[in-house]
Design a protein around this ligand. Structure first.
Ligand code: ADQ
Length: 461
């Protein structure tokens, strides 16, 4: 088997690679690499004054970690700037939050060039390279410019925006041209793929057929949807074990027979958290019978704290939680328990298992792994109900969920009421179809499908 080289912006330290602290991409990539092994290359997460020219190498199990540091300026312009204040908001349809300037864009290409230079020195002739996510779209084009003839695939973890939205990016053409330097581009859903094909055909004057063949910018490549999965058996196992843990018992004791709805998200404006709290308030408003009988547990550790929009969303959320609790709390019941911290995967699985509702209502999300983790963690005899945004990629696969429009507080309140009162038989039916899907398309199946397809691409010699 050829050696696999994975490239992602951030490479977690070996001890953190499989933990929840690592976030969606890292959890998935680590699970995918655990058995096959290979090299994982990217940013160490450290910001330094003077960078060393050689990457740091560390080994754990079958994985070799190769990392480089960034300077303060690169961190601000490439990472906080173009990646997280331009591409992230735009690709999540937040044109109002999208900031664009040429300095940040130049830094984005410079850091990609730094990645390319460092990576070239690590490569063996037969390596297969798999690049992840929006931080590194230009990498293949820059590698090719240095003579790299390898098979290179790309997977986008976030949504690909509709044509009209993407056109608001001043350098959209350079970005899509760069993407076409890959041999295979993978998206989370068919909707993302469709939007990409629209750009190729209508804006780039290229061709994109229904079989996934794309020709544009003098390149032929493949583009397909590869919905990402989770390590379903492991989560199910964690959940079974942790239902008897001290932490889960303490949680159950504190509920005193009340029903629990759970939300677990990075603190990000794309996750629809303010709207979620408002919808929960609407539930208490429209259905007074649930007052005092249901609790919303929202776990949301801060992320990207140096970006101003993330400070703002944090404040808004605190204000909204305070408002709902101030309005409805009793001396022995608080409607929203809002926790600004992360938990281990095992503890989370235990919380999922004892929750009657998994509440996943992003305004836009490439996939949303939490939705799948919630399903995997349920007790088959007495499963909870997933209330899921139609704008999460996961909604395309999890048809047993109650699908909601995350902007519509009244409709979410109705869905929550339905979920709280649904008969056991229907809960089981809904859950079992979702569980089968989550197990069938787990993270190993995902990486296998992606890499098999990449191996089949006809690459120009
Ligand atoms: P994220 O935006 O990070 O991922 P998500 O898919 O939900 O979103 O993954 C988050 C991961 O971190 C999950 O495994 C979850 O359990 C964990 N996590 C979240 N909050 C946590 C907390 N408070 N404590 C502990 N663990 C927590 C990006 C895209 C998604 C896409 C993934 C993978 O935005 O759309 O699904 O990559 O492709």
């Amino acid at each position: 088997m050829k050696r696999l080289v994975i490239v992602s912006n951030r490479v977690p330290t070996p001890s953190k690679a499989g933990t929840a602290a690592a976030g969606g991409l890292a959890v998935a990539v680590h699970a995918a690499m655990r058995d096959r092994g290979g090299v994982w290359f990217g940013w160490s997460g450290n910001v330094v004054e003077d960078r060393e020219h050689q990457p740091k190498i560390a080994k754990a199990g079958k994985i070799t970690y190769a990392t480089i540091d960034l300077t303060q300026e690169e961190y601000e312009q490439y990472y906080n700037g173009f990646a997280n204040r331009t591409l992230w908001p735009l690709f999540h349809y937040r044109m109002d939050l999208t900031e664009f300037n040429r300095r940040n864009m130049a830094s984005y290409f410079e850091v990609n060039d730094l990645f390319a230079n460092t990576l070239v020195a690590l490569l063996k002739p037969d390596d297969v390279i798999w690049v992840h996510d929006y931080h590194l779209i230009p990498l293949a084009e820059l590698l090719r410019a240095k003579g790299c003839k390898h098979r290179i695939g790309f997977f986008l973890h976030i949504p690909w925006p509709a044509l009209e939205v993407l056109l608001a990016l001043p350098n959209h053409s350079a970005i899509v041209r760069a993407l076409c330097a890959y041999d295979q581009v993978g998206f989370q859903t068919k909707d993302d793929l469709y939007a990409f094909r629209q750009y190729i055909m209508r804006e780039a004057g290229g061709r994109a057929d229904h079989d996934g063949n794309v020709s544009a910018f003098n390149r032929n490549l493949r583009a397909e949807a590869f919905p990402i999965g989770i390590d379903a058996d492991r989560i199910a196992d964690y959940a079974r074990k942790s239902q008897h843990s001290r932490q889960t018992k303490r949680m159950l004791d504190s509920l005193r027979g009340r029903q629990l709805a759970v939300g677990v998200d990075r603190l990000d404006y794309s996750k629809g958290l303010v709207e979620r709290f408002q919808a929960f308030e609407q539930l208490l408003d429209s259905y007074p019978e649930h007052r005092g009988h249901v609790v919303l547990l929202q776990i949301a550790p801060p992320s990207r704290e140096d970006v101003p929009e993330y400070m703002e969303i944090r404040q808004q959320l605190e204000t909204t939680a305070g408002h709902v609790n101030g309005r409805y709390a009793e001396f022995d019941w608080v409607p929203i328990r809002y926790l600004n911290r992360g938990y281990g995967r095992q503890a989370l699985a235990g919380f999922f298992r004892i929750s009657s509702i998994g509440l996943v209502t992003p305004l836009r999300d490439g996939m949303n792994l939490v939705a799948k983790e919630y399903v995997a963690a349920q007790n088959p005899q007495d499963p909870g109900v997933l209330v899921l945004s139609r704008f999460a990629g996961a909604a395309r696969e999890l048809e047993g969920a109650i699908i909601v429009n995350p902007y519509n507080a009244e409709a979410i309140a109705d869905a929550l009421h339905q979920a709280l009162t649904i008969p056991l038989e229907e809960r089981r039916e809904r859950w079992s179809s979702m569980y089968q899907q989550v197990r069938k398309n787990d993270v190993v199946a995902w990486q296998q499908r992606y890499l098999d397809a990449l191996a089949d691409v006809a690459v120009a010699a």
